[in-house]
Design a protein around this ligand. Structure first.
Ligand SMILES: [Zn+2]
Ligand SMILES: [Zn+2]
Length: 333
């Protein structure tokens, strides 16, 4: 089969999956954090108490990602009926010539060790490859922390799908300023280059004991909502790998529906909060702005990609994942 035809069929399969009507029992949204430290690395709380916080705050899954350590989860995940699971993970962590190269592995079967290679791209790629060899999928962390790398690096990497469009750490420079690009601008540049990657929001939690203040890297500020048929590590990781999730700092979506004709959202309203949804295409161009609770965009079929961003009047955000209606999506695998 020709490569182009294969890609087109993959896109059709993706769209079909998203548009197939299924009952609520078959698919649900599950809330999770994919980037969490405990005192097994530089977090300041025991794993058991970290897990307790997320369990008590209505999360459905948590990935413990200590630096270069696969923190044991089995003994922490004892109740099979609590609608909460732990997914084994690790933040593969080192630097290339003082530039941080941090990649979370989600769904790891074994630990992997970071290696410094001959360039930043090679170093990050070796983290991704190590994570995949250990049975996980890779999430590229906080590219703008210390302004470490941009779309050129993200575009040069292979065999990953996830990156942090938002990291709740106070110094991660999620938003552009001072002439520097924010994470969404970097994302649009990668997508415009034809590489399909999906945006994650995470806590990167380190601080559990201080007062809950904006500058403290505490829990509960950036997360993903994953649509899956069951709450299992395999189902959650697979759904994230195919982009069936959205990232949030507070906006709740009841639904995300993408058919060949339409990209449609349904926002769960909170009090009198107002919402603006932007449907964004190639080079970050806003294709449509919608103020309703059921924003939608009619796909022309010629867009290089379309993604959506919802912002509330309380400055909370949600990001949904790109689709490639023109069939030009390049696989990063
Ligand atoms: Zn990190
Ligand atoms: Zn971290």
């Amino acid at each position: 089969m020709q490569t182009e035809r294969k890609i087109w069929l993959a896109v059709l399969g993706f769209v079909f999956f998203w548009s197939t009507p299924v009952s609520a029992q078959e698919e649900q949204w599950y809330k999770g954090n994919t980037h969490t430290h405990t005192n097994y690395s530089d977090g300041n709380e025991y794993p058991r108490r970290v897990v307790r916080w997320y369990l008590d705050h209505n999360y459905n899954f948590l990935v413990l990602t200590d630096h270069n350590k696969l923190t044991a989860t089995r003994y922490l995940d004892s109740d099979p009926n609590d609608d909460f699971i732990l997914i084994p993970g690790e933040e593969v962590t080192n630097s290339f010539q003082k530039t941080p190269a941090h990649v979370c592995g989600l769904g790891m079967k074994s630990e992997t060790r970071p290696q410094e290679k001959g360039s930043l791209v090679e170093t990050l790629q070796s983290h991704i490859d190590g994570i995949r060899q250990a049975g996980g999928i890779a999430q590229i962390n906080h590219p703008n922390w210390k302004w470490a790398f941009d779309h050129r690096t993200l575009g040069a990497l292979q065999n990953y799908r996830l990156f942090e469009v938002y990291n709740a750490g106070a110094d991660c420079n999620n938003f552009g300023a001072g002439g520097r690009p924010g994470m969404e601008e970097i994302w649009d540049r990668v997508l415009s280059g034809g590489l399909s990657i999906f945006g994650v929001a995470s806590d990167d939690t380190h601080e559990y004991l201080a007062e809950f203040l904006p500058m403290q890297p505490g829990p509960g500020r950036g997360w993903v909502m994953v649509r899956a048929r069951e709450l299992s590590a395999a189902a959650i990781v697979a759904a994230m790998d195919r982009g069936d999730f959205y990232a949030s700092t507070g906006v709740v979506l009841k639904d995300v529906r993408i058919t060949p004709q339409e990209y449609a959202l349904a926002i769960e309203p909170l009090g009198d909060t107002a919402y603006t949804t932007q449907f964004i295409g190639a080079e970050g161009k806003v294709l449509k702005q919608d103020f309703s609770l059921t924003p939608s965009y009619r796909l022309q079929g010629t867009e290089r990609y379309v993604r959506a961003r919802v912002e509330s009047s309380n400055r909370e955000l949600a990001w949904t994942q790109p689709v490639f209606p023109g069939g030009s999506r390049a696989s990063s695998r």
